[in-house]
Design a protein around this ligand. Structure first.
Ligand SMILES: [Zn+2]
Length: 275
């Protein structure tokens, strides 16, 4: 009966929409962990009178581990209503993890969003496209990517999660986009749909670039476009008018960090680092 729901095209569409809205496991996220969602679960089980195809708020994105923990408590693939505390939370639902934002761990969590812990090596080659704002990173990636390559660009993801113009942003949108980006990154170890992943990230210092390559594997493409040219492009792009000031600061910050990083070695400003 309930099983028939899960084989319909309508369920598959709903499931996909939920995973786009919440690409992370919501139980893990509530406990301060970031894990990609693999299953979609009814908040109110169909067996208990819940709607088969509810609004997205009537569904929950879960990882397999959290999902099977729920299934183990009841016969249906959907959730079972229970008063039992969720693992990682006390009886009132408050996370027991001291790093969780509810317990004052918010700062560290945002840091963890920027550099997510526990990534595994990508199954497909990664090209880490680095450089300042306005350097032309996404233009470079689009030029070099084939039809079976994924371009992972935070600006695109921000636009998708917010519905706002490409360069408009807020801290909330940024956090949501980083979660979605990280969910994609943490699934790369078993990725088979793409030939390459072009991952666009600022990473002004070699330590940051080495960190990413250490996590995901692959190589670095450094697009170190000179600052004055970055600023010229930022101010010339009509799409960027609302974000010009922020992007100029970002480009200046990138060049400052990059200069500090490379000063002792006197490296050339435009080069590729192969790893
Ligand atoms: Zn989970």
């Amino acid at each position: 009966m309930a099983d028939a729901i899960y084989s319909t095209a309508r369920w598959r569409r709903l499931r996909r929409a939920k995973l786009v809205e919440f690409p992370l496991c919501q139980d893990c996220e509530a406990a301060g962990r970031l894990k990609p969602a693999e299953a979609v679960d009814h908040v109110i089980p169909v067996r208990l009178g819940g709607e088969a195809f509810p609004a997205l708020s009537g569904l929950r994105s879960l990882c397999n581990r959290c999902h099977s923990r729920k299934t183990a408590r009841g016969p249906e693939a959907g959730a079972v209503w229970t008063d039992k505390p969720i693992k990682g939370c006390d009886a009132s639902g408050r996370p027991t993890d001291p790093e969780h934002p509810w317990n004052g761990g918010g700062q560290q969590t945002f840091e963890a969003l920027l550099k997510p812990p526990g990534l595994r090596r990508s199954a497909v080659p990664v090209v880490l496209v680095c450089g300042p704002s306005g350097a032309g990173k996404s233009t470079w990636a689009r030029k070099h990517a084939g039809p079976a390559d994924l371009i992972l660009d935070l600006d695109d993801i921000k636009q998708q999660v917010s519905g706002l113009p490409r360069y408009a942003t807020s801290r909330e949108v940024l956090a949501k986009a980083l979660k979605a980006r990280n969910a994609i990154l943490s699934g790369l170890w078993r990725e088979q749909r793409y030939d390459h992943v072009f991952f666009i990230v600022g990473a002004p210092t070699s330590a940051e670039r080495t960190w990413w390559i250490g996590q995901l594997g692959g190589r670095v493409e450094l697009i170190a476009t000179p600052l004055d040219e970055c600023l010229r492009r930022i101010t010339a792009d009509p799409e960027r008018t609302t974000e010009v000031a922020r992007m100029i600061r970002a480009a200046q910050r990138w060049w400052l960090k990059h200069a500090e990083d490379t000063a002792p070695h006197g490296q050339k400003s435009h080069h590729n680092v192969r790893m």
